[in-house]
Design a protein around this ligand. Structure first.
Ligand SMILES: [Zn+2]
Length: 61
């Protein structure tokens, strides 16, 4: 099964947060929640969303 993983540091933040989920649909809310609680981003701008999407890694483990 594919796994999608996200590292906050890959977006340029000085932050150790990382998370993973089996689908992108599950991963996105986890990232959004982290952005809100840790980085005070109450909404995700298209620019941030694009950056997030570009650093999400897909693996098969
Ligand atoms: Zn972070």
């Amino acid at each position: 099964m594919a796994k999608y993983s996200f590292k906050c540091a890959d977006t340029g933040q000085n932050c150790a947060f990382e998370t993973k989920a089996s689908t992108k649909e599950e991963l996105m809310p986890l990232i959004a929640n982290h952005a809100k609680t840790a980085h005070n981003m109450t909404e995700i701008s298209p620019e941030v969303m694009e950056k997030v999407n570009s650093v999400i890694k897909k693996s098969f483990f």
